[in-house]
Design a protein around this ligand. Structure first.
Ligand SMILES: [Fe+2]
Length: 175
């Protein structure tokens, strides 16, 4: 019957190979890891967990974890950021809203902010896509350093070598 044929076609997998130059996909089954070593320390009470370090287009996907009322230093974004709060809550010193569990946040290019997790939150975890460069700045915008996908990759290599996972552990997240 024609109906049966149409149904079969709808559920038939794509029959051709992916483009020869396409990069491999990434699947991370335990995105919030059981192995503590996978969290890369960033500053006191702040860690990140790499998921996709996209060196070819200059962005990174990561989980940011903050404990014990930590602060992520003031920084300016060259490009947009997307965030989804998985645990806890946080806010920016520069805005009057609070990002709570389940919140989605868009931060436009040009935004400068300081992320704070309140003292009564034991643990905050947020999925962030960060594009381009984070410029760390003083309260008047004077540069104090930067991070991009390449500094993130370097941090991962150094940490994973130190904890015994091996410097090449990070390779699975790089595209
Ligand atoms: Fe930010």
């Amino acid at each position: 019957m024609p109906g049966e044929a149409a149904q079969e076609l709808r559920t038939k997998p794509y029959q051709l190979p992916m483009p020869a130059e396409a990069l491999a996909d990434i699947v991370v089954p335990a995105a919030i890891p059981a192995d503590e070593r996978i969290w890369v320390p960033q500053t006191e009470d702040v860690w990140f967990r790499p998921l996709c370090l996209n060196r070819s287009t200059g962005y990174w996907m990561n989980l940011l974890r903050v404990r014990r009322g930590g602060v992520l230093s003031r920084h300016r974004h060259s490009s947009p950021v997307h965030g989804f709060v998985l645990r806890g809550r946080w806010h920016y010193l520069e805005h009057d809203w609070v990002a709570t569990e389940g919140s989605y946040v868009f931060e436009p290019a040009g935004e400068t902010h300081t992320l704070v997790v309140p003292e009564d939150v034991d643990e905050m975890i947020t999925l962030f896509q960060v594009n381009g460069v984070m410029h760390y700045v003083d309260p008047w915008g004077r540069p104090e350093g930067f991070e991009d996908v390449f500094t993130k990759i370097d941090m991962c290599r150094e940490h994973y070598a130190a904890v015994g996972l091996g410097a090449d552990y990070v390779d699975q997240f790089i595209r």
